[in-house]
Design a protein around this ligand. Structure first.
Ligand SMILES: Cc1cc2nc3c(=O)[nH]c(=O)nc-3n(C[C@H](O)[C@H](O)[C@H](O)COP(=O)(O)O)c2cc1C
Length: 185
């Protein structure tokens, strides 16, 4: 037996990310309506309400950076999702450092372990949110989250998830892609 809920964005988990946007005076916005859309060209989507200060910055520049925070940066994520860059310099307030991107002009956040440099390829008015599709032109990974083979170590990167209004970090590793071939656990 299942209980019916009225239509809502019940999808979980979703990432909670810090998107940087804007050229002259860049801003930071927390977003959770974020997802991978396509492998080739590598593309991601972000849902942004038109009334957000960041919306105009992304639309005008045609680019943005998705900075992936570590779980211990949750307070920054929460803060940047509660105040507006119209009133507050979130870089200064959170003691974050802008660092140059490699393919676009928008800065990334030096303190975040991973940054996806995105150029807007499409914009779609969905309703309350506009969907910006961004082609990922480059990914910068901090050395501090690499393993000894030079691969991204997710235990070090400590992904942050957002579920039903709460922030979570990941728990136990369950297995690897294709493990079903080995038979039941
Ligand atoms: C966890 C979390 C997730 C959020 N996700 C989104 C989102 O996906 N899209 C959106 O438009 N706003 C989202 N917000 C709200 C914006 O981050 C918030 O309104 C922010 O203050 C806007 O900043 P700005 O005015 O500087 O652009 C989220 C806030 C939080 C705390």
């Amino acid at each position: 037996m299942k209980v019916m809920k009225p239509g809502s964005t019940a999808l979980y988990p979703v990432p909670a990310v810090l998107v940087t946007c804007g050229l002259e005076t860049p801003n930071i916005i927390t977003l959770a309506w974020v997802g991978t859309l396509c492998s080739d060209p590598p593309s991601v989507g972000i849902g942004v309400r038109p009334e957000r200060f960041s919306h105009g910055l992304i639309a005008e520049a045609g680019e943005f950076v998705i900075n992936l925070p570590r779980a211990d940066q949750v307070d920054v994520v929460d803060y940047c999702g509660q105040v507006s860059g119209r009133e507050v310099d979130k870089w200064a307030a959170c003691e974050l450092t802008p660092a140059p991107a490699s393919k676009i002009r928008t800065p990334l956040i030096a303190e975040c372990p991973v940054a996806l440099e995105c150029r807007v390829s499409q914009r779609l008015a969905v309703g309350a949110h506009d969907l910006f599709i961004g082609e990922v032109l480059a990914v910068q990974i901090d050395e501090s989250v690499l393993d000894d083979q030079g691969r991204l170590d997710y235990e070090k990167a400590r992904p942050l998830a957002y579920i039903g209004g709460y922030y979570w970090q990941l728990g136990e590793l369950l297995g690897r892609f294709g493990d079903w071939r080995k038979g039941p656990r």
